[in-house]
Write a protein that binds this ligand. Sequence first.
Ligand SMILES: [Zn+2]
Length: 296
Amino acid sequence: MTIAFDIGGSKIVSAEVDASLQLEEKARIATPTEDYDSFRQAIAAHAGTGDDPVAISIAAVIDPVTGILRSANIPCISGRALAADLQQDLGRPVHVLNDAKAFVLSEAKVGLGRGHATVFGIILGTGIGGAVVLNGQLLIGATGSAGEWGHGPAAAVRSGADLPLVRCGCGQMQCVDALTGARGLENLHRHLSGASLDSVSLLQSWAQQDPAAAATMDVYLDVLGGALANAVNMFDPDIVLVGGGLSKADGLVPALDQELRKRVLNPRKEPLCIATEIGPEKGLIGATAHMREQLG
Ligand SMILES: [Zn+2]
């Protein structure tokens, strides 16, 4: 048995995960985001008293050498070696994995990616993320950022549209993440049409064939599809699983798939992008599966 946690910026979900990756949810609590001691105590309080190892999926980038975390949503864990600290608190193995990586590993093991050799999972939400599983192995990379396709320069090469100038949260200018995340989409629409709309309303207007929304979405799909084609050419995946808040919009994943298939090096006959849900269970299963591989 493994005690697993899925930790986001607002809530922590804990569960027991058995040998066949079946899970039983145990608790849902608010995430202590500002105080590190409270954060550690919250985990300890829900980790049980046995000697079961602990697997954590968390909204943070984890340095694979030092184990130090960086998180925009949970400030109190930034700069901390969370696994080592919790291991000291609990006296048993603790494994911490980035949530996007846990999501994609879960899909590859027991979800829509099962049976595929190369699985690329992407997240379209407030930010743009992703991860790659190759022959059942999750790619981590030298610095833990393998599969993070959102932080290269964006370009609108098909439409030739003029893009707004945006600095990304990572510090670089014109990242795909900054232009095509939810706030980026809203900013793009303001830039192109002069109108302010939240991303949900904009995507609804697009689904209802509103001309201004259609013009923005054409540029949006140009930028997003071009960047995704770059990433797909790099890994040549069998399947691209698409999750995150924006992916739930009517018609978005099929439209992105169409754009992508026109722009990849080797055109595909079958759909490549498949919509999926990102729920806590994906984090719980992915982190547990990865820990078991690491512990051997
Ligand atoms: Zn960036």
